[in-house]
Design a protein. Structure first.
Length: 352
């Protein structure tokens, strides 16, 4: 006689137990979103950890979306509604507010001529900015990007004598013959190269790193355009540097009220999600435009491009006064530096 033995079936989790597990996961995913969202929503002087966490706000849409999915699987309407609200808030922050958009009609587009357009009276600047990481950026790649993209204005931060020599050897002066540079160690060096005339106009007062003010004058076809350029390098909000980070950003905000065509380009060490950065855009008598944000590139990171295993964030920016139109925003990796190069075509009103 043969006996047939049956294996004991594994116990099944009750349906209510599975739903409870999904609800637990929903709460777990939502918790960091709620905490960082409070830091993002309330404009106050948060401590350094909160400031750093706010930088990663654009990526919160991912755990917020996961929380919504888990809440739906957990079969709790109120929890799903709350998670949907979190997702809505994150999506709202991904879309720039009105003062981040150009005041002029973006549909008009930039002037078609790369130097000047006699019909609409504008001058076009193909602008590039890069933090060179203590001068370690690949000089040959910088020159290649300048040549390939027709760059006419280049702003460099953390600029050293060694980088200046390598750029010269790679042929940059032949492409951009005008230069105002101050090579230095310890991340303090700066340089601006251009095909147009450059005149030093001072520095941002009391900044941690030198941030030179430069007047650029472009002349073509009997027209002239003047740009008040600031080569930006703000102190990072790390260690004891948080107060200086705030004071550097506040000083840049005061530049928004100066007359003329204003361009601030460089390493702000701040993202659009920091209230201190948005205060620069709000300015005083007029607002400024964050070219990258206005182009819908909130999730295109500019740092870190190196070995740090962090979600990418956008801390390098080109800001302009509303009179300056922008187009063709792009981000490019450069070997040797943990920052990306940012590019934009700026169209500046000219005078007769």
């Amino acid at each position: 006689m043969m006996f047939r033995t049956r294996g004991r079936a594994a116990p099944r989790m009750p349906a209510g137990g599975a739903a409870a597990g999904w609800r637990w996961l929903a709460g777990l995913a939502a918790a960091p979103v709620v905490v960082v969202s409070v830091f993002r929503a309330v404009p106050r002087e948060w401590p350094i950890t909160a400031v750093q966490l706010v930088s990663f706000t654009p990526w919160l849409v991912l755990p917020a979306g996961a929380s919504l999915l888990f809440a739906v699987l957990g079969r709790r309407r109120w929890m799903a509604g709350a998670a949907a609200g979190l997702v809505a808030v994150q999506l709202f922050w991904l879309v720039p507010l009105d003062y981040a958009r150009p005041a002029t009609d973006p549909a008009a587009g930039p002037a078609p001529d790369a130097v000047a357009n006699a019909e609409d009276g504008t001058v076009e600047l193909r602008t590039m900015s890069l933090n060179a990481k203590l001068g370690k950026a690949d000089a040959a790649e910088i020159v290649r990007l300048v040549r390939a993209n027709g760059v006419t204005l280049l702003a460099l931060q953390e600029y050293t004598q060694g980088l200046e020599d390598r750029l010269a050897a790679a042929g940059l002066p032949a492409l951009l013959p005008n230069r105002i540079s101050d090579p230095a160690g310890r991340a303090a060096g700066t340089a601006v190269y251009s095909v147009h005339g450059l005149v030093a106009a001072g520095e941002v007062p009391d900044s941690h790193f030198p941030m030179p003010l430069i007047r650029l004058t472009a002349e073509a076809n009997g027209r002239r355009a003047v740009v008040e350029l600031t080569n930006v390098h703000v102190r990072a909000p790390v260690g004891v540097g948080l107060p200086k980070w705030r004071s550097d950003l506040a000083a840049l905000g005061r530049l928004a009220s100066q007359p003329g065509n204003v361009v601030l380009a460089g390493d702000f060490n701040a993202s659009y999600d920091h209230a201190e950065f948005r205060e620069i855009l709000q300015g005083g008598a007029r607002t400024l435009v964050d070219v990258g944000t206005a182009a819908g590139s909130r999730l295109v990171p500019t740092w870190p491009m190196g070995d740090l295993f962090l979600p990418g964030i956008t801390i390098d920016h080109v800001l302009t006064s509303p009179s300056v139109r922008s187009a063709d925003y792009a981000v490019h990796r450069v070997p040797g530096t943990d920052h990306a190069a940012i590019m934009a075509t700026l169209t500046v009103p000219a005078t007769g």
